[in-house]
Design a binder for this molecule. Structure first.
Ligand code: AQP
Length: 364
């Protein structure tokens, strides 16, 4: 994981100076430019309404990296991943568009970021197949997210089992060197690094070894009602999370009912006070103030006053996203995605040809 100075977001940790990795391709004109930028890749599943955990763990960094012109940024709605758990096709269609809309409302600007839908770029699936031939099943058997989902009763299937291989393909397809993600994706990222190295060892240097970019604060935001489990958009209880669509009043109600403990002191102690520690992390990430500073201010004032302050910090942080969401219309979002898919396919095809040549699948 890379850690260095800030890059615009109070959460962001920064990669070392980007290393040249060959020419960068402009996704707008499909021409080779002289500029050498490090590629950033990240994705979000359209598996539910986007939530505060993903926002603090990953999406704020998406925007910070876009706004830093040292980087060439590629963001993807990873809809193929979302098909690995049971879903309703009609609802899924709506969620795919809604997820893209929220990504745009976060501040992702399609003139500066390549934004597209994974299923519209078939090279993702092709590279996943090739990487799958390099993946020992023993490695997949150790993936905790797969085991957690099976333990929750999600039916096992090959797609869910090989999810991290497709994720590695997503990252490596555009030769990404930096991947902004939350802490829950650490193990999958490690596997992407391993697969890049295996590929390079076997077929020659093609892929950079990607680094995760994980924030120091709020890297794993916990559920409000069950603070020992991760806040998740597919959690069936909506009170467990703050959705990025939630109104200020709903946010206030959810924070007010967040589970805490019976000792009314506000202090950071993950084991003894997981609920309060989670709220402290959220407030620190949304205000930019340190946890120690916040704990000192709210230590003796009671939980009610502290929760009110946490809710107001979240409301203020999400206000710009909320107002941009109201301005975007579906037709404009669809147009952006169509253009993004076209640019992504062109760029992916060029890079994927290097992979085909390396593995012996070159043109005949
Ligand atoms: N609670 C969280 N804290 C910090 N980061 C988080 N992320 C998700 N939840 C938290 C990060 O958000 C990015 C997008 O994640 P995703 O939607 O593609 O998949 P996920 O990690 O599986 O997120 P969810 O909300 O838990 O989705 P479901 O419920 O569908 O499994 C990732 O970078 C993730 O780390």
């Amino acid at each position: 994981m890379v850690v260095a100075e800030e890059i615009g977001s109070p959460l962001a940790t920064k990669a070392p100076t980007p290393e040249p990795e060959g020419p960068a391709f402009s996704h707008e004109e499909d021409v080779v430019t002289e500029q050498v930028k490090q590629t950033v890749f990240s994705g979000v599943q359209p598996s539910g309404a986007m939530q505060l955990g993903g926002y603090l763990g990953a999406f704020r960094n998406w925007v910070a990296l876009q706004d830093d012109d040292t980087y060439d940024v590629v963001y993807c709605i990873v809809d193929l991943h979302a098909m690995t758990v049971p879903y309703d096709p009609v609802e899924f269609h709506r969620l795919r568009l809604d997820t893209a809309k929220v990504v745009l409302a976060l501040g992702i600007d399609p003139t500066r970021s390549l934004l597209y839908m994974q299923s519209q770029v078939p090279q993702h699936a092709e590279l996943a197949w090739i990487l799958g031939t390099l993946t020992p099943t023993g490695v997949l058997n150790r993936m905790t997210q797969y085991k957690d989902k099976i333990d929750k009763g999600i039916p096992s299937n090959l797609g869910l089992y090989s999810y991290p291989v497709l994720m590695a393909a997503d990252i490596l397809l555009f030769h990404a060197g930096l991947v902004p993600v939350g802490d829950d994706q650490k193990q999958h990222l490690e596997m992407s690094r391993d697969l890049a190295a295996r590929f390079n060892n076997r077929f020659g240097e093609v892929f950079p070894i990607p680094e995760p970019l994980i924030p120091e604060t709020a890297a794993r935001v916990m559920s409000l009602a069950e603070p020992t489990t991760k806040m998740s958009k597919s959690d069936p209880n909506p009170k467990n999370r703050i959705d990025l669509h939630d109104s200020p009043d709903v946010i206030r109600k959810k924070v007010k009912s967040a589970v805490t403990d019976s000792d009314p002191t506000v202090r950071y102690d993950i084991d003894a006070k997981p609920g309060i520690s989670n709220l402290l992390e959220i407030m620190s990430a949304t205000t930019g103030r340190s946890i120690d500073d916040l704990a000192a201010e709210y230590e003796t004032g009671g939980y009610g006053k502290f929760k009110e302050a946490v809710a107001e910090a979240i409301v203020a942080e999400l206000a710009p996203v909320r107002s941009r969401l109201q301005e975007l219309d579906d037709a404009e979002v669809a147009r952006i995605l169509q253009k993004g898919a076209l640019d992504a396919r062109t760029r992916a095809e060029r890079l994927q040809q290097q992979v085909r040549d390396a593995v012996g699948l070159g043109r005949v």
